[in-house]
Ligand binder design. Structure first.
Ligand code: ADE
Length: 341
């Protein structure tokens, strides 16, 4: 996969690096105030009762801290955590063996929980609800079902696609939290904290510039900080100032609002090839040789949030703001179409 500087998706090569920047406790975690407040209460209550936490579903765009929060919850509960992901568990037997080996109170974190195969998901239902898994042994006439008990554990599921989590699965989570893009203030605090941990010398303007161009996403902020640090060391005196950050990020084709070359490609293609839209997601994806899923998971949420893109029943539409930002004149026809939505 091509290395993209602003993509929210995890890339294995810098995944381990990022862990040094991850907060370990709820009180170190910046932003997502409502989720933190709710988690504080459910964690305190579960601890008071001496019970494991209820199963919890975290959803929202990539890079906003779902995995970090799952680890924090385990830490706050003094519990161990096992980490896996939906596509990694292919067979029901793998799920059974994972579940039956969990200890009391342990957290099982399943990333991309919407991608669990259906047959695997069905094993999970009984475990989540009654801490039992039904396991069919033998085949044909000799087939018998065996109930295996599972210790009381906490499932934390994470997904970028809430709509693709099946409804029986959704119903079995005791709490559901949606992570939103961070405020600019929160982003500044996160970049500042990371700069401190990485011992990067920076001024307020440098931090603010990186925060502004980070698509309100901590993972992107941390990645940009590292790239700007490189640039500051090689091309300047090592200090991340506003000018250094701007120069570095312009070279990386991250614009003043944090859009990168692929965001530009998405918007430009809607405007130029599809007369501003509406265009179906698959058609758009084919036009720019990108996966429709990647557009939907990584680019679209931020473009929607920034008001550059609208999603209509007939497809995606570039907004007036997109035309202005990319320097295209807003056509009469688009103006007329927009008034019809
Ligand atoms: N909130 C979300 N991600 C964070 C991070 N990496 N550091 C501090 N607070 C955060």
């Amino acid at each position: 996969m091509e290395e993209r500087i602003v993509s929210g998706t995890q890339q294995e090569n810098d995944y381990s690096d990022d862990t040094s920047l991850r907060p370990r406790r709820l009180n170190e975690y910046i932003g997502q105030e409502r989720i933190k407040a709710n988690l504080e209460i459910t964690i305190a209550a579960a601890r008071l009762r001496g019970e494991p936490l209820d199963h919890t579903l975290l959803h929202g765009p990539p890079g906003l801290g779902k995995t970090t929060l799952a680890n924090i919850v385990a830490n706050e509960m003094d519990a161990k955590i096992k980490v896996t992901s939906g596509p990694a568990i292919e067979r029901p037997a793998d799920m059974v063996s994972m579940l039956t080996r969990l200890e009391t109170g342990e957290v099982l974190f399943i990333d991309e929980v919407h991608r669990l195969p259906r047959v695997v998901e069905e094993v999970l239902y009984g475990a989540m609800e009654d801490f039992v898994v039904s396991w069919v042994i033998d085949k044909g006439l000799k087939a018998r079902s065996m109930n295996l008990s599972v210790k009381r554990f906490t499932l934390i599921g994470a997904t970028t696609r809430y709509g693709m989590v099946s409804s029986p699965m959704r119903d079995r989570f005791g709490s559901v939290h949606r992570l939103d893009f961070y405020s600019e203030d929160a982003m500044r605090s996160i970049v500042e904290r990371s700069a401190r941990i990485l011992a990067v010398t920076s001024d307020d303007e440098g931090v603010a510039e990186i925060a502004r161009r980070s698509r309100r996403t901590p993972r992107v902020g941390n990645r940009l900080l590292r790239r700007v640090r490189d640039y500051a060391q090689v091309k300047a005196d090592g200090t991340v100032t506003g000018d250094v950050a701007r120069d570095a990020l312009e070279r990386l084709e991250v614009d003043a609002l944090g859009l990168d070359d692929t965001d530009h490609l998405v918007l430009r293609s809607i405007i130029e090839k599809f007369a501003g839209g509406p265009v179906g997601i698959e058609t758009l994806a084919a036009a720019i040789s990108e996966e429709a899923d990647t557009i939907m998971d990584v680019y679209e949420p931020f473009l929607l949030q920034m008001g550059f893109l609208d999603r209509t029943r007939r497809g995606r539409v570039a907004t007036r703001r997109a035309y202005d930002h990319l320097g295209f004149p807003y056509p009469e026809e688009a103006r007329r179409q927009a008034s019809l939505f």
